[in-house]
Design a protein around this ligand. Structure first.
Ligand SMILES: [Zn+2]
Length: 470
């Protein structure tokens, strides 16, 4: 969805309402509350109903000593129903809320939800602006049994999946609602901030600076991030003219920092490899952050993945994984969290192809060797619907990547490449069902048995030609 269409829709809706006034037969839906969740089958309270976010403007101030975050988020959204009230997701204590500049009443029915009642109801199709002010200590705030905030007295990185957004901005926190972002983070002068998109300016104050980054391409809330700390920052353009920003934590020793930069500098080479398969890189800037925090995962934050310190050379498979996610997960976001195989299976596959590119195997040899090497328990998880607490289990990745290679073997290289290109072109979201339908359409084959065996069964797929195991 782009902005001009939304504005048009809103104008049309307004026109209809005006035209309806005074005619006895006019039927205007009475305003009702937007739902407290986006309807995700795994996480019913993630996201919200009744509106669609266009843009977030986030201003946060980070205090390192006490771990405090003080901020305000302006959310511009289109009402998709007549709203008497609506929810946002916000884990911190809320100080005030306005809707279109007017004080709104609000309450926190629980730690995760913020319920906002505007002074006047919002008409369907109307574009409205909510401003939420909040403050608190994001660390040790748990939701769904998870304490997701990463930071110490020297460095903070707001990254997480599926949860992180509500810990630092007022969000409609579900991947089905993408929006553009302005992210401004205020820190002490000696700190730097890196976030998604492009750096707009550093507003200099006496003791503190505000770093303003802009993500001009629609983004799922969990993919928005920032890192604040003592960073070595390298910004420039790749050989093909793509702006990049690499940041490496100064908590790492000098030798480690050199390795970390070398690791980040594989980005253009990996992108070129992925572009051969998938077409143009979907965003206008790239880069990455190597954090000095003790983090046990990397994350595909849009345009700028965050990596733990990995030890440098030889680990570019991780870059391949996170950059493959720029297409699978970021450009094409999951419709619901149940669709996680689309992210992790495809990213694992391209991570494997990248390694293959270095000549240690062919992908089909890899598949057959993997297929033969796991115990029965590995095959128990139905990766097409793994459950909310098992989305990031090893089989979602490994069986997931194997399923992709099996599909390639089953439908052939030509159809496989056409399928992937079609999947990542002109699409902002997708479900596993959509992917299966497109695979069948592209190949002209009935693939129900194939996908049942690979995604929806609790046993190892039989070694048959139909299952891509020849
Ligand atoms: Zn991944």
């Amino acid at each position: 969805m782009n902005r001009s269409r939304r504005v048009l829709a809103s104008l049309l809706a307004t026109t209809c309402l005006v035209a309806g006034v005074g005619t006895a037969s006019a039927q205007v839906d009475p305003a009702s509350p937007g739902s407290a969740g986006a309807g995700d089958p795994y996480f019913p309270d993630y996201g919200n109903g009744g509106y669609d976010v266009i843009h977030y403007r986030v201003h946060d101030r980070i205090g390192f000593n006490r771990g405090r975050l003080t901020g305000r988020t302006t959310v511009r959204a289109t009402a998709t129903q007549a709203l008497s009230r609506f929810n946002l997701d916000m884990m911190l204590k809320v100080r005030s809320v306005t809707v279109d500049g007017e004080q709104a009443t609000f309450r926190k029915p629980n730690r995760h939800e913020l319920q906002v009642t505007p002074a006047d109801p919002i008409a369907e199709g109307e574009v409205f602006e909510v401003r939420v002010k909040y403050a608190g200590t994001p660390k040790n705030r748990e939701w769904n049994g998870e304490d997701v905030w990463l930071g110490n007295r020297r460095e903070v990185v707001a990254m997480g999946e599926p949860q992180i957004a509500a810990w630092w901005f007022a969000a409609n926190d579900h991947p089905s609602d993408k929006a553009t972002f302005d992210i401004s983070i205020n820190v002490a002068k000696k700190k730097k901030v890196i976030a998604n998109g492009e750096l707009q300016e550093v507003r200099k104050g006496k003791e503190r600076n505000t770093w303003h980054w802009r993500a001009a391409e629609p983004m799922a809330p969990y993919l928005a991030f920032f890192g604040a700390g003592s960073f070595a920052l390298d910004r420039g353009r790749t050989a093909t003219g793509l702006p990049y920003a690499y940041a490496v934590s100064r908590q790492l020793r000098k030798k480690q920092r050199t390795k970390a930069f070398r690791f980040l500098q594989t980005t253009p080479k990996v992108l070129a490899f992925l572009e051969e398969w998938l077409g143009d890189y979907p965003f206008s800037t790239t880069g990455g952050l190597v954090t000095g925090l003790d983090v046990n995962f990397a994350l595909e934050n849009q345009t700028r993945p965050t990596y733990p310190y990995t030890g440098g050379a030889g680990s570019s498979w991780l870059v391949a994984h996170e950059l493959a996610h720029q297409w699978f997960g970021d450009k094409v976001a999951v419709q619901n969290w149940r669709d996680i195989w689309l992210n992790e299976g495809l990213a694992t596959y391209f991570e494997t192809l990248w390694a293959d590119n270095y000549g240690w195997s062919t992908p089909q040899k890899w598949l057959l060797s993997e297929w033969g090497s796991y115990p029965r328990t590995f095959w128990k998880l139905k990766i097409g619907d793994p459950g909310g607490n098992r989305m990031f289990d090893y089989p979602v990745y490994q069986r997931g990547g194997m399923a992709v290679q099996a599909l390639r073997q089953r439908i052939g290289d030509t159809d496989f490449k056409a399928l992937l290109r079609a999947w990542v072109t002109d699409r902002e979201h997708g479900s596993v069902e959509d992917f299966i339908a497109l695979a069948e359409e592209t190949s002209g084959e009935d693939l129900e048995g194939f996908f049942d065996a690979w995604l929806f069964s609790s046993t190892r797929p039989a070694r048959t030609v139909a299952n891509g195991l020849s």
